[in-house]
Design a protein around this ligand. Structure first.
Ligand SMILES: Cc1cc2nc3c(=O)[nH]c(=O)nc-3n(C[C@H](O)[C@H](O)[C@H](O)COP(=O)(O)O)c2cc1C
Length: 327
């Protein structure tokens, strides 16, 4: 069980926020496999306030897509509070502030991971949100800016003082991006410093690695990010492994195909047939990872411009594998 402020979750495994990935269709697919709490895509507070329509669409949800968190990018309390006014109109259960995004375009503006260098300012942004939000406020940090300035403990204490309900920490520095191994030690140190729940991120690629994260850090929960790409089964596998130590067998190809079709249909319903098919290309690549001899089909999928062409490509994978019987 995981508690964040007024929220209680029976599963400690959360779908991480991933820009360009965690849209409504992706969340629904993961929820079907036991993902209880999910994040929508990161939203720039400034974009929400100034170009609200397209950005606000990212807050689209439905009654089966609950509980849901939203992550805000921003470093100006005034803008963040204006964004809060817009967010309030949507059924969201938690607001997280991103102090972790490593992308140059973001950090150049002093947002995302750049806020790790200004823990006091981050504290002010968080306090303003905590004082005005009706739902729990959290923050996501990294271990530090670079290996010479690992300051997660200091940043975390400022965040806790500001009143956040939990802290998410990705155990890599901004300079590392997504490379190298996650640093369990820094997460364990932060967990030891705080009273509030600490939710760990980094290399949660399998049930065993998720268990390892809990064992090595003492964290209260984990987020699953790259481990869920083309692999919603990870939520079921992690739940089983954490509860009983049993490793579930991997899904057969026919089951993978079935979920690909469902995901593609959801993408096309939500984004429109053409945009949905194009968006699904990258998911095709992730779903078929590990299946032998798929290069030609992957190339075909990466050029599919319509839902029909994408469906044909998935169907061919099924036929090639013995009418879906093979696994
Ligand atoms: C494509 C992609 C987009 C991401 N977007 C965000 C984001 O918008 N906000 C965020 O806090 N983290 C984002 N992340 C980071 C993940 O949430 C996670 O912290 C990171 O990938 C480490 O976990 P992993 O090693 O298990 O993938 C993103 C990661 C990926 C791969």
């Amino acid at each position: 069980m995981l508690r964040i402020g007024s929220l209680t979750f029976s599963s400690p495994c959360i779908l991480a926020p991933m820009a360009g990935i965690t849209d409504l269709p992706f969340r629904m697919i993961n929820r079907a496999f036991g993902c209880e709490f999910a994040f929508a895509e990161m939203i720039s507070a400034r974009a929400l306030v100034y170009q609200s329509k397209n950005t606000e669409r990212m807050l689209t949800t439905n009654p089966h897509d609950q509980p849901l968190g939203v992550q805000l990018l921003g470093n100006d309390p005034g803008v963040i509070l204006r964004a809060l006014e817009i967010i309030r109109k949507h059924p969201l259960d938690l607001i997280d502030v991103n102090a972790a995004c490593p992308v140059n375009k973001v950090t150049k503006k002093g947002e995302g991971a750049a806020m790790l260098r200004e823990p006091r300012k981050l504290g002010q942004v968080l306090r303003a949100l905590v004082e005005n939000s009706q739902v729990p406020v959290t923050v996501k940090i990294r271990s530090g800016w670079d290996e010479d300035s690992v300051n997660a403990g200091e940043v975390a204490l400022h965040a806790q003082d500001a009143g956040v309900s939990a802290l998410f920490i990705h155990g890599r520095t901004r300079a590392q991006g997504y490379r190298g191994r996650v640093d369990y030690r820094v997460i364990r140190e932060v967990k030891g410093l705080l009273r509030i729940p600490v939710i760990a991120s980094g290399d949660t690629f399998s049930a065993q690695l998720i268990k390892k994260m809990f064992d090595e850090t003492g964290c209260d929960g984990v987020t699953i990010a790259r481990g869920a790409l083309g692999n919603p089964w990870i939520f079921k596998e992690a739940a089983e492994y954490l509860a009983s130590g049993i490793l579930l067998p991997k899904p057969g190809i026919s089951e993978v195909m079935e979920i690909m079709m469902k995901h593609l249909n959801l993408c096309c319903d939500y984004h429109g047939e053409k945009a949905g098919a194009v968006l699904f290309r990258k998911f095709f690549g992730w779903y078929v990872k590990g299946i032998p001899d798929v290069k030609t089909l992957r190339d075909r999928a990466f050029h599919a411009e319509t839902k029909k062409k994408m469906l044909d490509t998935i169907e061919e994978l099924r036929l090639r594998n013995g009418r879906g019987a093979a696994s």
